[in-house]
Design a binder for this molecule. Structure first.
Ligand code: OGA
Ligand code: NI
Length: 366
């Protein structure tokens, strides 16, 4: 029997309430996407009009050698301009990265009753795992063509108890083997502000970690849909593993001469990880580092997966610009906010761009 989704309620029931997600819709093999997935023209992504970012990946192994300062400069420069860069020789074994992508596919191929154990608000693990679709389907006019599971890290014991069997050990291993790189990058960026950073401060701003498996199933209308709508990331930094299909576009800070937005494709580079600055680091740095808006396309042929690792301050932390970063500019661009409040703001809104969220913390927002 062909499902027709005559009403928006029947689509909501199928996708959200029953937990089929957009993978369920994709599996039906419909010739066209349901209306709810059709983006307004201004939000559709024109691949032909976008350029590819040609910045070479930064070689982190050189941090240990004579070129240390040069590599630090490359990282700082990228954080101040595009807000995105790629790294190689990052210390995470490439086989582990391959396993993560493979396991993300495997998770989303599980039968529905296995996956829905991890649904938001349903899982006995409460907020520690969260299977969901789109971003906030209750609030969004148009849905994103994406399912995901979030795994929130608080302790090894909790992760081993509640995260999905099929990936718990692998994801923990990833967290362990990426932590030196993550800390190294965060410390470089903070020190460059003139801030003397000790271990407890580092812990405060990178104390929480969340790993997602993002799943973008094949889509019959890639030109009408988005995988992820425009957003900036919430946290301190994000480390993104993407597969060879690609489809991640980043908005350049300045529009071009014709006043048009310019988006750059961050191309998949074998073995590389993508690093981007989150809103919190933009606030901590008093606007020096850029938390860039980004979004993703969908493809008609194969499912795409990506694995972001979000590094965040702990929820009880008060976040405001470092005094040293204020001194550099002469005034504070952001006020102090409680991380918990910033998060509520972030997760209470659809993906409609960065400004709406970060202005929550901006002084004299105009
Ligand atoms: C995200 C994100 C990009 C991608 O999950 O926040 O931006 O390529 N992902 O999936
Ligand atoms: Ni993102």
């Amino acid at each position: 029997m062909a499902l027709s989704f005559n009403t928006s309620n029947s689509l909501y029931d199928f996708v959200v309430r029953e937990g089929n997600g957009v993978k369920g819709v994709s599996d039906l093999g419909l010739p066209e996407v349901p209306d709810r997935y059709i983006q307004p023209p201004e939000e559709r992504i024109n691949k032909q009009e976008s350029r590819t970012c040609d910045a070479p990946p930064i070689d982190l192994s050189k941090l240990n050698g004579l070129e240390h300062e040069k590599v630090v400069d490359e990282i700082v420069r990228a954080a101040e301009t595009l807000g995105f860069f790629q790294v190689v020789n990052h210390g995470v074994p490439l086989e582990l990265l391959e396993s993560l992508k493979h396991t993300a596919h495997k998770f989303f191929s599980l039968p529905l009753e296995k996956k829905t154990l991890y649904r938001a608000g349903v899982s006995p693990a409460g907020p520690v795992t969260r299977l969901a679709t789109s971003f906030v389907p209750e609030k969004e006019k148009t849905w994103e063509w994406k399912d995901y599971i979030s795994m929130i890290y608080r302790s090894d014991e909790e992760a081993l108890q509640y995260w999905p069997n099929l990936c718990r050990e692998l994801v923990l291993e990833y967290l362990k083997l990426s932590s030196k790189m993550v800390r190294g990058i965060v410390e470089i960026l903070i020190r460059n502000l003139g801030v003397t950073i000790d271990d407890s401060k580092t812990e405060q701003i990178m104390g929480d970690k969340v790993v997602n498996f993002n799943y973008y199933p094949p889509c019959p209308n890639p030109e009408l849909t988005v995988g992820l709508g425009r957003h900036s990331d919430l946290g301190t930094i994000t480390v993104l593993l993407q597969d060879e299909i690609g489809g991640l576009y980043v908005k350049m800070e300045e529009d071009n001469d014709a006043g048009k937005e310019e988006w750059l494709l961050i191309p998949p580079i074998p073995g590389a990880l993508v690093i981007n600055i989150g809103d919190i680091l933009q606030i901590l740095s008093n606007g020096k580092y850029k938390s860039a808006e980004h979004r993703t396309t969908t493809t008609s042929t194969r499912a795409r997966v990506s694995v972001p690792l979000f590094i965040l301050p702990i929820a009880t932390e008060r976040i405001g610009p470092f005094p040293e970063a204020v001194k550099n500019v002469g005034f504070a661009r952001y006020r102090e906010v409680l991380m918990q409040d910033y998060m509520s703001k972030y997760f209470g809104n659809a993906h409609e761009g960065k400004k709406k969220i970060i202005d929550f913390a901006r002084i004299n927002s105009a």
